[in-house]
Design a binder for this molecule. Structure first.
Ligand code: COS
Length: 383
């Protein structure tokens, strides 16, 4: 549902203050310790951040897409690790259930997800199924009224913290492609599940990612998303359409932060007897960054509005993600360049953002996959 303008403004102001006063001072610590402090997570719970997009009927705020991207943009003003801890509940960890779950499934899990008591993870990627997401090999074989899950999921965000896993598994062994895949809601503590060691990553320290292994994990038929077999791939794609818009908005927010930091630095740093901001080559980098950020922001807001109006935005969401995530990569590169040596050392945090944003061009679909989605759509529309 859409909030009235005053309530939305109040929400955004509260989040802005939280980001500026509570989270920004912790960025360096989180980067060094690879850990979000528990009291910060508790504050997030109390602010209702875990339930931002969960419908009000289940205890969430029920933000629509336009409101969600506005919040994601503000969260882009700090390290993305902070957003990640509640990000799966807002996005890929809850949306399969929200979009395609049965009423009973929603009632069982969504209230706990809205408070942050339950953290959700989206288990699609496998060692042999990355960009080719339809080639899922993890099997779900019927065993009486239940299913037995066997296989491995890879690079699963928030899995080390999760209570609920949305697992995409092959229920139809005769189908090798997207049609034989189903989605299951699986308790992360189920016997037979083991978690790998958390990955050590290039950036985004403070986010938790590991592999999840399934060895004869028994799942009830009641936990098959929507009660329907073989439609899980479409569910995954619908979830990712939304997630791609969210990541695009986050990219816009980070670009805003980096531009702001760069303008400040360029105004204070003097070389050749004047602030480096006065050099046109510095101005050029900033002007280009600002222009590209603004273009991405317009795209994100437009596509969010269209999605709220009920349009199929799969190809537009892909276009947004392609442009916005590549944009923030260029903006981060410019920020390092403007800061010079100060951009390369840890003290200013610029190098950390440079590493953090690199992931945006990879997860929830690589830049190459976004182009595939856009080109396929062009062929369908115009071919
Ligand atoms: N919404 C609803 N349905 C969709 C859809 C969408 N956005 N995209 C595809 N589908 C449906 C198609 O309509 C098709 O349905 P039918 O079988 O009924 O015709 C089915 O899903 C298969 O679609 P398609 O043929 O396009 O599948 P492909 O195997 O060619 O794969 C790509 C499509 C490559 C786009 C997909 O595998 C993908 O997005 N890969 C990246 C995965 C990813 O983002 N991973 C990140 C991991 S999560 S952090």
């Amino acid at each position: 549902m859409a909030l009235d303008a005053d309530t939305l403004k109040q929400l955004l102001d509260t989040i802005d203050k939280f980001v500026e006063n509570r989270l920004r001072p912790l960025e360096s610590q989180v980067g060094a310790e690879d850990l979000i402090p528990d009291d910060v997570i508790q504050d997030m719970r109390e602010m209702g951040l875990f339930g931002l997009t969960i419908p009000e009927a289940y205890g969430g705020l029920g933000l629509n897409m336009s409101e969600e991207v506005a919040v994601a943009r503000v969260f882009g003003h700090t390290s993305p690790a902070f957003r990640s801890i509640f990000g799966t509940n807002v996005g890929i960890g809850s949306q399969a259930l929200i979009i395609d779950g049965t009423e009973a499934q929603k009632q069982q899990y969504l209230p706990g997800m809205a408070t942050g008591e339950i953290i959700g993870s989206f288990c699609l990627t496998e060692p042999e199924a990355g960009s080719d997401a339809a080639s899922v090999r993890l099997t779900a074989k019927k065993a009486g009224d239940d299913y037995l899950l066997n296989g491995t999921k890879r690079y699963i965000t928030n899995a080390p913290k999760a209570q609920l896993l949305t697992v995409f598994a092959r229920t139809n062994a005769n189908e090798t492609g997207s049609r034989g895949v189903s989605a299951f809601l699986v308790d992360a503590k189920s016997p037979g599940i083991s978690m790998g060691q958390p990955y050590r990553k290039m950036g985004q320290q403070g986010t938790y990612v590991c592999d999840v292994m399934f060895d004869d994990v028994r799942v009830s038929a009641a936990d098959l998303v929507g009660g329907k077999e073989d439609v899980g791939f479409r569910t995954a794609m619908k979830v990712l359409d939304k997630g791609r818009l969210h990541i695009s908005a986050l990219s816009v927010g980070i670009a805003e932060r980096l531009i702001r930091d760069s303008v400040k630095y360029a105004s204070e740093r003097k070389q050749f007897g004047k602030p480096i901001f006065e050099f046109q080559m510095i101005q050029s980098m900033l002007a280009r960054s600002q222009t590209e950020m603004y273009a991405a922001r317009c795209m994100v807001e437009d596509v969010a509005r269209r999605r709220d109006a009920g349009e199929n935005v799969a190809a537009l969401a892909a276009a947004c993600k392609l442009f916005a995530t590549e944009m923030v990569g260029r903006v981060a590169d410019n920020a390092v360049q403007i800061h010079g040596g100060a951009g390369y050392v840890e003290d200013y945090g610029i190098e950390r953002f440079y590493r953090d944003v690199r992931l945006f061009r990879i997860y929830e679909g690589t830049s190459e996959i976004q182009q595939t989605v856009i080109a396929k759509d062009l062929l369908k529309q115009l071919g």
